[in-house]
Structure formats: structure tokens, C-alpha cells
Design a binder for this molecule. Structure first.
Ligand code: AMP
Length: 269
């Protein structure tokens, strides 16, 4: 696997693939890779000749009080995992590669970005839309893979590429879970043993909501009973616009101590 540390090497990789008419799949990540990220690479390679992954902990999507500094950084292990699944390249941009004029945010997506995550992390999607647009313009891939784990983000990115006129296909990949059903997340590394036991209840409660055994109020009660400290939202919404009309997906964000977990699934009733 080629490790790309500067824009010249990236340009070379991109040009070489284009000259050979090779289709490229791009997988943007913030690192601390787990089987969910690796699934994105594998799916990318099913659709394309080459997979290029980026690891960049994007400062503009973190609010000052959030976990930018403590976000896990495990590049050596990440490289080994990516080699094992056959990624062709890993790009490790530095902040100046992405933000040469300082950490400005210049892509804003309305509508789909506003409820749920948009309400509780108002800075978040502008930062995501800006960084993904910049990464895509540099890597120029044919397709890019995004996880349904961040379901609202996937819809925001789909809207962003249309708005920004970036020619690309955005492909969503189903959530990868551990044997308990817990959605894999780099932030699960923050959980201690007791918190982990609480965390694995979330998926069970979500399933009950999805099959109609409990309503939103019941789910809220169960999540708090399970040991979560705070619920940002736990609700059934439309999976395209996140409005309450025509609901078909359960989405949740809840806190255990300082760790914020998100999860979602389609209705099964
Ligand atoms: P992150 O490194 O958290 O920014 O995630 C990078 C990409 O991996 C995003 O498209 C996420 O939605 C995706 N991803 C993270 N966790 C999972 C998971 N458990 N299953 C599927 N995709 C995931």
C-alpha cells in the first residue's frame, strides 16, 4: 500500500489511475480504524479497481468543547489493517493540505443537515461538508463510500456533491456491529467495562422501537434505565429528509459519561 504524505504524491497516484482508466473508490475516515471502516474499503474494491483511504481528524467538525484533542490516533495499526484488506493507498493529509488559508468552513448544506445532529452539533455538518468537498476535489475518485452508521451524514454528503457539482457516486454501506449488536465506532474505545455493558443495550432498545414493541417515550425511559446519562434524540424519522412525516427509520444519539454514541436502523414493523 502506498502511503501518501504530500499533495504531489497524491496527484501522481490520481493521474496514474486516470491514465490507466482505473476506477477509484475513496474512503474518507478519521482513523482508529475498525471492521466498519474496513468494510467500506472492501465494498469500495467490489465497485472499483483501486481503494484510496484518507485519515484526517478534521478540526472544523469539532466544537471547542468536543474531543478533537483526545480523539484516538493509531496510524501504525491503521496501516496494517488497511494492508490486510488490500487498499492501494492511504493519504495522510496535514491540516495545511486541507486548510491552506486557515480553518475556514465554506460549504453549507441546508435542510437535511438541520434536525437531529444539526440541532445538537450545530457546527458539525458544515465542517463535514467542507472537508469532504475538499478531499473529493483532491482525490477525484469515481465513487466514495460512507457508512450508514452516520446516516444523516450520508444524506448530507449526497446533497453536498449535487450542490457543489462534484461528479461522483456516493455509496452507503450498512452498519457493521460487534457480536453484541453494538455499532462499531472509534469512540467505543472511550468506554470502560461498565459503560460498555450500558452501550450494548442501545441496539436492543432500538430494535424494540423499530419493531413497534415500544414507542419513543418507552425507549427514552429504557435508555436512561440502561445507564445512559443523557439522550440528545431518540426518534423515528423519514430517512431522506429526517422530518417526522412518513417515518421509516429509528435514529438515536445518547451519552454515557463523556462518550456520545449514535445508532440507527430501518423500521421493521
Ligand atoms: P469516521 O472515521 O468515524 O469519520 O468514519 C469514517 C467512515 O466510516 C464514515 O463514512 C462512517 O460512517 C463509517 N463507519 C464508521 N463506523 C462504521 C460502522 N460501524 N459501520 C459502517 N460504517 C462505519
Amino acid at each position: 500500500m502506498k502511503i501518501i504524505n504530500n499533495i504531489n504524491d497524491l496527484d501522481f497516484f490520481v493521474r496514474e489511475a486516470a491514465e490507466k482508466y482505473q476506477k477509484t473508490a475513496f474512503i474518507p475516515t478519521m482513523g482508529a480504524l475498525h471492521a466498519g471502516h474496513l468494510k467500506l474499503v472492501e465494498e469500495g474494491l467490489r465497485h472499483a479497481d483501486k481503494a484510496i483511504v484518507s485519515i484526517f481528524v478534521n478540526p472544523t467538525q469539532f466544537a471547542p468543547h468536543e474531543d478533537f484533542d483526545s480523539y484516538p490516533r493509531t496510524v501504525e495499526e491503521d496501516i496494517q489493517k488497511l494492508e490486510a484488506v488490500g487498499a492501494q493507498a492511504l493519504w495522510l493529509p496535514c491540516t495545511e493540505d486541507i486548510y491552506p488559508n486557515g480553518k475556514e468552513v465554506d460549504v453549507r448544506i441546508t435542510g437535511v443537515s438541520e434536525p437531529l445532529e444539526g440541532e445538537f452539533r450545530p457546527h458539525f455538518f458544515d465542517g463535514v461538508a467542507t472537508v469532504v468537498a475538499r478531499l473529493l476535489r483532491k482525490v477525484k475518485p469515481d465513487i466514495a463510500m460512507f457508512g450508514e452508521k452516520d446516516f444523516q451524514q450520508l444524506q448530507v454528503v449526497k446533497k453536498m456533491v449535487i450542490q457543489e457539482n462534484i461528479e461522483i457516486e456516493i455509496i452507503g454501506v450498512p452498519i457493521v456491529r460487534d457480536e453484541n449488536g453494538l455499532a462499531l465506532s472509534s469512540r467505543n474505545a472511550y468506554l470502560n467495562e461498565a459503560e460498555f455493558k450500558t452501550a450494548i443495550q442501545l441496539n436492543i432498545i432500538l430494535k424494540e422501537m423499530a419493531d413497534g414493541s415500544i414507542d419513543e417515550k418507552g425507549a427514552h425511559e429504557k435508555i436512561l434505565e440502561a445507564g445512559f446519562d443523557k439522550i440528545d434524540y431518540c426518534t423515528v424519522r423519514n430517512a431522506k429528509n429526517f422530518k417526522q412525516e412518513n417515518p421509516d427509520r429509528v435514529l438515536v444519539a445518547a451519552w454515557i459519561g463523556k462518550t456520545r454514541l449514535i445508532d440507527n436502523m430501518p423500521l421493521s414493523r
